[in-house]
Write a protein of this length. Structure first.
Length: 184
């Protein structure tokens, strides 16, 4: 796993072969962050981000590398969570908070709100189609905040009222949603 840009650019972390996670490809990550930087993200240093189904922590690392104020990574799998914690300690990243929890329970708990929520669930996850409503209808995203969902090519979310756009990079698809701002 390689960090594409920012202060950790070029750093590599060896992901154990036993992992079930499917890390986002470098090509897709680079394009995702170009879209975020050019279209959505105003100031990385002011953002607090939530990475759901964090897996290897690859997206969390990219957010931290670009200067996010804080990143919370939610991962249920014990091995994946331990790997994220190991990488966090190696970097000395005190603004990275790994949480071992079920994503659906975490989001429904809504203890704090984020500027950006990214989710990369298993493409065949039961309940995947409910994620936009859960995130955008709950207490986890700040008003005007952005939700990015990584998914397979068979899933379509353009009928959701908060849907903004869809981008595809090979087999990796991203759907972007914007939470209504307070005046909307």
């Amino acid at each position: 796993m390689r960090v594409v840009s920012g202060i950790y650019k070029g750093r590599r972390f060896d992901v154990p072969r036993s992992f079930k996670a499917r890390p986002t490809t470098d090509f897709a990550k680079e394009n995702l962050f170009n879209v975020l930087a050019n279209r959505f993200a105003s100031d990385w240093e002011e953002m607090e981000a939530l990475d759901l189904f964090a897996g290897t922590g690859s997206i969390s690392l990219e957010l931290l590398s670009r200067g996010c104020r804080q990143v919370v990574s939610v991962e249920k799998d014990r091995e994946h969570y331990a790997f994220i914690c190991k990488v966090m300690r190696e970097l000395g990243a005190d603004n990275w908070l790994p949480v071992r929890a079920d994503v659906f329970r975490f989001v429904q708990g809504g203890k704090r709100r984020f500027d950006l929520v990214f989710a990369d669930p298993p493409y065949e996850l039961k309940g995947l189609e409910s994620l936009p409503a859960l995130v955008l209808g709950g207490e986890v995203l700040k008003p005007g905040g952005l939700f990015v969902l990584e998914h397979g090519k068979k899933d379509h979310f353009d009928a959701h009222p908060c849907f903004v756009e869809h981008r595809a990079y090979g087999s990796v698809n991203f759907s972007f949603f914007r939470s209504p701002a307070p005046s909307e």
